[in-house]
Design a protein around this ligand. Sequence first.
Ligand code: T4K
Length: 374
Amino acid sequence: MESKKRKKPIYVTRPAMPPLEEFTEYLKKIWENRTITNNGPFHQQFEKELAEYLGVKYISLFANGTLALMTALQTLRITGEVITTPFSFVATTHALWWNNIKPVFADIEPDYFGLDPEKVESAITAQTTAILPVHIYGYPCQVDRLQEIADTHNLKLIYDAAHAFGVKIKENSILNYGDLSVLSFHATKAFNTIEGGAIVCHDKKIKNRIDFLKNFGFVDETIIIEPGINAKMNEVQAAYGLLQLKYIDEYITKRKAVAEIYREKLYGIKGIHYLNDLDGVHHNYPYFPILIDAREYGKTRDYVYEELKKHNIFSRRYFYPLISQLPMYKKLLSAATKNLPIAERVAKEVLCLPLYHDLSKKEVTEICGHIQKH
Ligand code: T4K
């Protein structure tokens, strides 16, 4: 990878932001009415428009995805053991830990890296109360098979859908599967509200419970039904989110175009593997992960990561190390769940290349050029 270091760095992502002039108009309204949090008008409007956009019945907004995950577990009163994936961002497992729930890791599938339903089934014990899969990189898990397992064993099914904003399977939102789905609107996500998140549910009673829980358990001034938390989204975030909704289709179309250039440029490089679109799925292109098979490619994933860095190009090893390898979780591994060969291999080989809506063809070509010329 010999060539000159570029001056301006390229990061793994850059947030898409709405036009400042438009946002200023929204801010003026907030300044006028002085409701800046606690279910104000922009919050209410954003919940309504977001539910319509996503094609879901009920949605509750949150300050971030992690608090939403923690609250989702509280909503369904999950206890004991939960089967989850070791191949995710740490927040997935941390949310279990904060709820005093034991995470039990099952291996992932080799093609699209979702939890392997067969491995889930064999990890079920008398203490298991729920399954917490992740639609990793926005690729749908095996939703029908996971639901079947949940139904057979009377388990709750909560999806970490942090990467899956706007993803649809045959025109149906992926968020309509399972009991609850949790979104993240962090700055690094395909759809962002700076920080933010949401829980999607299918029942008004559950939505009410979520809304109490995220607001200290308050029903009214004097009635508090649960020891809730403060996980509310504020008016500035909600206004920004409303504006983002106007542009999200354009952002996703542009992200798709970037992904297609990558696929074209990387096609045929020995040892470099990428994910393709799935039939019948509307994708959202939140990341561009590649797997680097060191034996075929001749160099390791870490070599490519470091070399790109030398050229001022910052790819990321999402998701390495595996959550199950972290010191606080490693000790929980039982003999039955120690064996996670697919997740271990993928964590060792994966590299997420820069992807955002305004990454240019020239920049993608430059990144791929480095990978080609190793
Ligand atoms: N579940 C899953 C599966 C998740 O992936 C996540 C979050 C969650 C749950 C939890 O949701 P939240 O509580 O976060 O809503 C990032 C994000 O902080 C995190 O939200 C995300 N997943 C995770 C995969 O990635 P970092 O530590 O890699 O971010 P950072 O700050 O290194 O940013 C990466 C690059 O993005 C920077 O090099 C430059 C660029 N960037 C970043 C920010 C924040 C910008 O250009 N502008 C910015 O404002 O964690």
